[in-house]
Design a protein around this ligand. Structure first.
Ligand code: ATR
Length: 292
């Protein structure tokens, strides 16, 4: 697969920039939609070293790309570099989707929308009676999740993090409905919560597992994990064994890609089971999370 575009790309070409970026599955998603919709276009991985990120955005308007996704570690640099950041990107201080409007560099952040769309799809009505939510982690991903949960009316939102300062920074950013907490507080908070989200890297392939006791949880607790490798994380496994409703994290990756595609290529794509299967096949797993 192509990893970068020539300066004279023959068709409208978008990219994902990051460092490293070779593991990004975004090209599979966007190329699938381009092909489905019969559009001329392309989407490539474009590795950009941290020292080059500001220069990449400074030259964007005269470069070969119609737009880009931005992944780790460039989202904050992208926010600082765009001429205009929309409301959600401004609230998060991070940009993951960039496009041009009359030569101006525009930025949004679609992680929050992707997170919510995944829940809307996997657990319709999950926010019918929003109550207390627990968010595990206080990094960049947690910011998007907290913003999204606040927008859907969840309160209070307990943010549990190993490093207390980072949980407190979430309260400073998002207000008094955000309650910073430590892992030792989880057993006392669980019985009140209607939603539990893991945004830490715990449970990801190659990382320590997320070991959690859900015995005290309400029977209607919805559990979701933004980690999607493995598809069934240790957290989701424990939740399912307790007969709790779960939503895995792969849909967030798929749904966050929708708005960028629409900006760059002019048509709103749909997240389908077929697209999900395509990504799962690339991951080498089947729908049940078992190695193919
Ligand atoms: P991202 O932008 O993907 O959210 P991040 O900003 O590095 O990534 O955040 C990673 C999150 O996982 C943090 O909440 C981190 O906790 P700290 O803020 O205390 O570092 C959490 N995390 C990672 N490894 C962890 C571990 N071994 N135990 C507990 N929390 C961990």
């Amino acid at each position: 697969m192509t990893t970068s575009a020539s300066p004279t790309a023959a068709v409208p070409t978008a990219c994902v920039i990051g460092w490293p970026v070779k593991h990004s599955r975004s090209p599979i998603i966007h190329r699938h939609w381009l092909s489905e919709l019969g559009l001329a276009g392309d989407y490539v991985r474009h590795p950009v070293e941290p020292e080059q990120a500001a220069a990449f955005f400074a030259g964007f308007a005269t470069g070969p790309f119609v737009g880009c996704n931005v992944t780790v570690p460039h989202k904050e640099v992208a926010f600082a570099a765009v001429d205009h950041a929309d409301a959600v990107a401004t609230a998060l201080g991070a940009v993951n989707t960039v496009w041009l409007e009359d030569g101006r560099l525009m930025g949004s952040n679609t992680d929050a929308e992707g997170f919510i769309a995944n829940l809307d799809h996997g657990a319709p009505g999950f926010d019918a009676n929003p109550g207390a939510a627990i968010v595990l982690g206080a990094g960049g991903a947690a910011r998007a999740v907290i913003w999204a949960l606040q927008a859907r009316g969840f309160a209070p939102i307990h943010v549990i993090n190993r490093t207390r300062d980072r949980a407190e920074a979430m309260a400073e950013r998002f207000g008094s409905d955000i309650h910073p907490a430590g892992w030792e507080d989880l057993p006392a908070l669980l019985p009140q919560a209607s939603l539990l989200v893991n945004t830490t890297s715990l449970g990801m392939e190659g990382q320590p597992p997320l070991v959690i006791d859900l015995a005290a949880a309400r029977d209607d607790l919805l559990v979701t994990d933004i980690v999607y490798i493995p598809l069934e994380t240790p957290l989701l496994k424990v939740a399912r064994s307790r007969s709790l409703k779960t939503v895995d994290g792969l849909g967030m990756l798929l749904h966050q890609a929708v708005p960028g595609f629409e900006r760059w290529f002019g048509r709103r794509p749909v997240v389908t089971p077929e697209l999900r299967r395509l990504i799962l096949a690339d991951m080498g797993v089947t729908e049940t999370g078992v190695a193919a």
